[in-house]
Write a new protein. Structure first.
Length: 444
């Protein structure tokens, strides 16, 4: 049997409803790959980092020790670091292909991919890259080639939490056109066996423009608003660029299209640390003098604080544990009772009008066969992800209409996409030398 090449096209944050139904007529090139339209159930947490790592290593976030974009060391509250390619050093599909099978991989944009990973093949780093003056390409000699193919530059990401919607739109178009131009060049010029390109723009367009497109969004401005067509137009742009990319693929190439999670309307933000203050878990030295203040170490009365939290598309709650935190007060003997009480209290949180929410709070040991790294003590999902936890304090209410980190219209959802040829998908999902999805569930 002749071995075929495989291209995996990752579209960050694409939900099944958009690609399979709502925007089907605008994505004719992508539909060519969708002999089988699968639904991928994202893992915990449904966040870009670590979900691509979960997908492409076959290990859970707990086994990887990566629980989001940023992490902290015990004792740090206001200080965090962004994960890097060193956070998940090995065990990726291209490591297996190169080491065990001697195959060459071409990888572009897969996070966490900065600094660029050393692979048997070629690697261009992801949206976490600070700029083109950094180590974004492997081997280093292809840096100039990437920049030349990109028209003298390369765009890693776009600032999407911005009130300058025209600027965001221009940035998204530039990102897509530049990245696809580089990917086309590399697919054409390199002798690869496995290739993967992860496109971050689909995630960014959701966050920046969802409320203008979705009539069910609580802040939908109505028909005829100036940005109601940005999401459909962006999908059409990506589809056109995919069509141009198809022209560069060798005939023996199979294609899989996949996303790491889905997206949906953000109903609002919930000030999780402010709630912890109201419930008596978090004690402050003094009340904030203005709204929307970041929680910092010096603000907290550690001698009386039981727990504090990080915001995000889900919340990470940390117990002020003796022996782990510098000024911990919760003893090991009472740790689990505190965890269980916090879980019960979180699950009772209701909406601004008293409506019942579908809240879930998990200790990492409930989710993962192994827990590594600096895991939170609770992983909290509010109203089935519809409300975004906000870590800032000092607000007049714990219920916020907008994200405390800037304009943001969408949250993540559990369901993503996976589509392609039936036999190739079976091989990709179950093993067969390409990759294992053993921490994900797929239905067709």
């Amino acid at each position: 049997m002749t071995r075929k090449r495989l291209l995996v096209l990752g579209l960050d944050s694409v939900p099944p409803q958009l690609l399979y139904e709502d925007l089907r007529d605008l994505t004719s090139n992508l539909q060519l790959f969708l002999d089988i339209k699968g639904i991928l159930l994202s893992n915990y947490p449904p966040i870009t980092v670590p979900m691509w790592g979960v997908m492409l290593t076959g290990r859970s976030a707990g086994e990887l020790g990566v629980y989001g974009f940023r992490h902290r060391r015990p004792g740090d509250v206001g200080v965090s670091y962004v994960v890097s390619s060193r956070s998940i050093p090995g065990g990726w599909v291209w490591d297996v292909l190169g080491g065990r099978l001697g195959l060459r991989s071409l990888v572009v944009g897969v996070p966490p991919g900065y600094p660029a990973r050393r692979v048997r093949g070629w690697f261009v780093s992801c949206f976490l890259t600070p700029g083109v003056d950094r180590a974004f390409a492997w081997p280093p000699g292809i840096r100039g080639e990437v920049l030349a193919a990109g028209g003298g530059d390369y765009v890693f990401d776009v600032k999407y939490r911005s009130g300058d919607k025209e600027g965001v739109r221009r940035g998204l178009w530039r990102l897509a056109e530049t990245q696809f131009r580089v990917v086309r060049h590399l697919l054409r010029s390199k002798p690869w066996d496995f290739a993967m390109y992860m496109h971050i723009g689909t995630d960014r367009v959701h966050h920046a423009f969802w409320k203008y497109w979705d009539p069910e969004h609580p802040r939908y401005p109505g028909e005829g608003n100036p940005y109601e067509d940005v999401i459909p137009e962006y999908y059409a742009l990506v589809d056109r660029l995919v069509g141009e990319l198809l022209e560069e693929l060798p005939r023996d190439t199979e294609v899989i299209v996949v996303s790491d999670h889905g997206a949906k309307a953000m109903k609002g933000a919930f000030a999780i640390n402010q709630w912890l203050v109201e419930q008596g878990y978090l004690k402050l030295r003094e009340q904030p003098r203005k709204p929307g203040v970041d929680l910092e170490w010096s603000m907290i009365d550690w001698s009386r604080t039981v727990a504090w939290a990080w915001g995000g598309y889900y919340s990470r709650v940390y117990i002020n544990l003796k022996g782990r935190e510098p000024q911990g007060i919760v003893g090991r003997e009472e740790y689990w009772s505190v965890v269980e009480q916090l879980k019960r209290d979180i699950e009772k949180i209701r909406g601004p009008d008293g409506e019942k929410w579908n809240n879930k709070a998990y200790h990492p040991t409930e989710l993962y066969p192994e827990v590594r790294g600096d895991a939170p003590d609770l992983m909290v999902y509010l109203d089935n992800l519809s409300w975004r936890p906000a870590g800032t304090i000092g607000w007049p209410s714990i219920y916020l209409e907008e994200n405390d980190r800037g304009p943001d219209d969408a949250v993540h959802d559990w369901l993503g996409i996976i589509g392609g040829n039936a036999e190739v998908l079976k091989d990709f999902v179950k093993g067969g030398g390409w990759c294992r999805f053993r921490r994900l569930r797929v239905s067709y």
